[in-house]
Structures are given as structure tokens and as C-alpha cells.
Design a binder for this molecule. Structure first.
Ligand code: AMP
Length: 116
């Protein structure tokens, strides 16, 4: 299937993942190669190649993805300390898995990003 990715296989439970959150529309699991002490990927169950492929009808889903990450951060107790969310898009953005996902990174100072 052209749209099939490793994240689809995780959603179908064909390969294991450390799932930390799931609802009707979203699954979240720990990154197998974490870039921070906490590194969780929030993935919509709807097949969307990446942010560039998201449509107006996906606006609510995108919002829910971000809110699910924020709720997880509050539940896990690191929201006040802080965290970063990142979405890589296409080649220059460093995207390697072509099913849209939000990275949630936390657990240590992450360095300056987007500021001089
Ligand atoms: P991106 O580069 O933004 O497309 O992010 C893809 C991420 O998926 C990378 O950070 C990988 O470490 C992560 N990843 C790849 N395969 C798996 C897997 N089987 N389980 C959890 N995370 C994975």
C-alpha cells in the first residue's frame, strides 16, 4: 500500500511500540531513538503524509494532536518545566516517516531554538 509506513504498522499492532496514549483519532508512543529524556510521537490515525498534505478538514485533528501532547505533558508533570513540539515536513525539514506526526521533547534543557 503506497501510504503504508512504519507508524501504520504500529497502529495495526504489527510491530511493538511503547504506547503512552491512544484515543479514537490519535496514537502516541515513545520514539525508538529518543533525542531527549522524553521523546514521544503523536500520530493521527487518519493517513496524512505530512503537514504539507493536511487539508482544511484536518484543522481540528491538528489541534487535537497539539492538545494531546500538552495534556500528556501536564499529566506527566513536566508542563511547567517546559517542553518542545516539532513537526518535520519533507526533505529539508528532515521528515523520514511519511505519516504526519508531532514530536514532543522534554526532560532536559533543549537549547535555544528560533531565537538569536
Ligand atoms: P521524522 O524524522 O520527523 O519523520 O521522525 C520520525 C521518527 O520516528 C524518528 O525520530 C525515529 O526515531 C522514529 N521512529 C522510527 N521508527 C520508529 C519505531 N518503530 N518506533 C518508534 N519511533 C520510531
Amino acid at each position: 500500500m503506497a501510504e503504508d509506513t512504519i507508524f501504520h504498522r504500529i497502529m495495526r499492532r504489527e510491530i511493538p511500540a511503547d504506547v503512552v496514549y491512544e484515543d479514537e483519532d490519535i496514537i502516541a508512543f515513545r520514539n525508538v531513538a529518543p533525542q531527549a529524556p522524553v521523546h514521544v510521537l503523536f500520530v493521527p490515525k487518519k493517513t496524512i503524509r505530512g503537514l504539507d498534505a493536511a487539508a482544511e478538514e484536518d484543522a481540528a485533528l491538528l489541534g487535537r494532536l497539539a492538545l494531546a501532547a500538552a495534556a500528556y505533558a501536564r499529566r506527566e508533570g513536566f508542563a511547567d518545566k517546559g517542553y518542545r513540539v516539532v513537526m518535520n515536513c519533507n526533505e529539508d525539514g528532515g521528515q523520514t516517516v511519511f505519516q504526519m506526526h508531532l514530536h514532543l521533547l522534554a526532560g532536559a534543557p533543549l537549547g535555544r531554538f528560533g531565537a538569536a
